[in-house]
Design a protein around this ligand. Structure first.
Ligand code: G
Ligand code: G
Ligand code: MN
Ligand code: NA
Length: 250
């Protein structure tokens, strides 16, 4: 419980940090959006990654405060630094099914002046399992504001295909475990090609995660993937660094 108290304080004492990873649009040949990823600059333990504290935040309910901080911070920083790009944030499955998310998102957007039409929420396939009615109603309300929803880590969860019809998702992000083996496996290529086709058949925007080299990039272009994300495109970094990379080369 010591860690719980420490996390509670971290949120208030400004120990959380955000890094951002670019998402590159193939058609326009430009970075289209960034994904915000949280870190904890712990005074004794150093920089902690989400897997070291998000589970605790979920168990203790602190995830609500943490997410509010992430959403407001990311929206404000984007408005100041890269106002032309879209922004995606991760919302935990447990949080997705709690009432109040609509108001909380609305509040972050309003306080920062960030346009809802450039705001995207990433959730895993399991996010609607426990309370599908709450999830569906919440999605409808946020979509009416212009917010978009993406399925994160697509292909690794419990979703059936009917799921894609039931919930009004706008896009899928193919999990990197499918993308990484593409360079040396024909069957991996065939699977990714068909996952992209499946996404298209449901009119979903398709992001490939884990793009680590030019081979994967070329194949994904050939398969008409929409958006690329991964170390080859850009590593998660502070927003100022992303902006510098965005500047035209001279
Ligand atoms: O940031 P990293 O590259 O280590 O991401 C690890 C995991 O942590 C990813 O699955 C990502 O979805 C999750 N994650 C990153 N930032 C947040 C956040 O702000 N909220 C939640 N709920 N999960 C996050
Ligand atoms: O689950 P989510 O997609 O939100 O996870 C984001 C995580 O993926 C972060 O931990 C980030 O550092 C990591 N990541 C981003 N790009 C790559 C990549 O090209 N290869 C690998 N192995 N991990 C990546
Ligand atoms: Mn994500
Ligand atoms: Na992912």
């Amino acid at each position: 419980r010591e860690m719980e108290q420490a996390l509670r304080e971290a949120i208030r004492a400004d120990q959380l940090r955000l890094v951002y990873q670019p998402r590159y649009d193939i058609k326009s040949a430009q970075v289209y959006a960034v994904e915000a990823l949280v870190r904890w600059q712990h005074p004794r333990l150093g920089l902690l990654t989400p897997d070291q504290f998000i589970p605790l935040a979920e168990e203790t309910g602190l995830i609500i405060e943490l997410s509010d901080w992430v959403m407001l911070q990311a929206c404000r920083a984007m408005q100041q630094t890269l106002p032309e790009l879209a922004l995606s944030v991760n919302i935990s499955a447990s949080e997705f099914q709690t009432p109040g998310l609509v108001e909380r998102v609305h509040s972050a957007l309003e306080q920062s002046g960030f346009p809802p039409s450039r705001f995207e929420i990433e959730v895993t396939e399991n996010a609607t399992l426990k309370a599908p009615d709450i999830a569906l109603e919440m999605m409808r309300q946020l979509k009416a504001m212009g917010v978009r929803f993406l399925i994160d880590d697509f292909g690794t969860g419990y979703a059936s295909l009917s799921y894609l019809r039931t919930f009004p998702f706008d896009g899928i992000k193919l999990d990197r475990s499918f993308v990484i083996p593409m360079a040396d496996s024909e069957s991996a290529c065939l699977i990714v090609k068909n996952m992209i086709g499946l996404g298209k058949a449901y009119s979903l925007n398709v992001t490939a995660e884990g793009v680590e080299n030019s081979q994967q990039q070329e194949l994904l272009k050939k398969y008409e993937c929409d958006i690329l994300q991964g170390y080859y495109i850009g590593r998660p970094a502070p927003l100022e660094q992303i902006r510098e990379q965005q500047a035209p080369a001279v």
